[in-house]
Design a binder for this molecule. Structure first.
Ligand code: ZN
Length: 131
């Protein structure tokens, strides 16, 4: 685990900004925001889209980055709530996606009250994968 850099805190702020401006628990269930920073330095954000098989905020942010031509990723964070104050760890499905697309990407978590970052691959030991 590593401590966050200034760029990581800016990424966290971006994830909070996107959910603060799109939060909608009552009708669309947009409750999580995510932001991913690419090696280019560009940051892409997204909120979850809800349906029977909806997409997590991380998936929307990563999909947006990939759509813009990004392929290398440095760090990602997801936050929940109207103010985005709660850092949420990636769900199982996202952990698989992170492991597939960006195993060396840092994932920002709050562990014992402190923001830390770990490699995506560390969140899915013994993962399914193609060698
Ligand atoms: Zn997820």
């Amino acid at each position: 685990m590593k401590a966050l850099t200034r760029a990581d805190y800016e990424l966290l702020t971006e994830a909070q900004r996107v959910i603060q401006s799109n939060y909608d628990e009552a009708e669309q269930n947009h409750t999580v925001g995510a932001a991913v920073r690419c090696k280019s330095g560009n940051v892409y954000a997204g909120v979850n889209v809800y349906s029977l098989h909806g997409a997590c905020a991380e998936q929307v942010a990563i999909g947006t980055a990939i759509t813009q031509g990004e392929r290398e990723f440095e760090a990602i964070v997801a936050v929940r709530g109207k103010d985005g104050g709660e850092i949420v760890p990636p769900c199982g499905n996202c952990r698989q996606m992170l492991n597939d697309y960006m195993p060396e990407c840092s994932v920002i978590l709050r562990i014992d009250g402190e923001e830390k970052k770990v490699k995506a691959r560390e969140l899915l030991p013994f993962a399914y994968g193609v060698e």
